[in-house]
Design a protein around this ligand. Sequence first.
Ligand code: ADP
Length: 194
Amino acid sequence: MKLLLLAPPGAGKGTQGERLAAWSSVRHIAAGDLLRAEARAGGTLGREIAAYQVRGDLVPDQIVLDVLTPAVTEAAAGGGYILDGFPRNLPQAIAAAELAARLGVTLDAVVYLYAPDAVLTRRLLDRAQQSGRSDDTADVIRHRLRVFAETTGPLVPYYTERGILVAVDADQPPDPVTADIQARLAGLTRAADR
Ligand code: ADP
């Protein structure tokens, strides 16, 4: 299974990514988590990453690729991956397609989780206390949602045109969201078998 999870902040891509990875026995690769780990490790690169993350801006594409490529390469060799939070703009989508071609893998689907901005904002503010993330403040949340709409949003028509977008309503509790994704993916597999 090779899946991308495309979702605005607060839609639950981390939660769903973990569940889907366990369900399909592949590795869950969360771009934001890998970048945060790199930031925590410090050094010049870590400090640079942290500076983008704290503002809610996208980390430059080349850094993201350098951090993610080894994990994706390893996971592809091991049978697949759920890639959450990457790609996040058109140049990254093109780089992701090139990487997949180089590794000889094809994407099964891109799961797009959507929910109204008001719902996403409320969720992010609710969890801000526990998350301990420097980017979970009201101003930065607003900015992250804007970055998603302007920069990541165009990937929805991009993958729709390629016939692999699966859009799921994320404005429901986690269990029904998981069930909807699984039902849609099972439908895809059946269609492919015909
Ligand atoms: P969220 O989707 O809630 O913002 P993530 O953990 O996915 O949470 O991303 C947090 C931050 O990490 C982003 O605001 C950005 O700074 C950085 N980041 C994550 N993925 C990417 C990516 N593919 N390209 C550039 N920056 C990224």
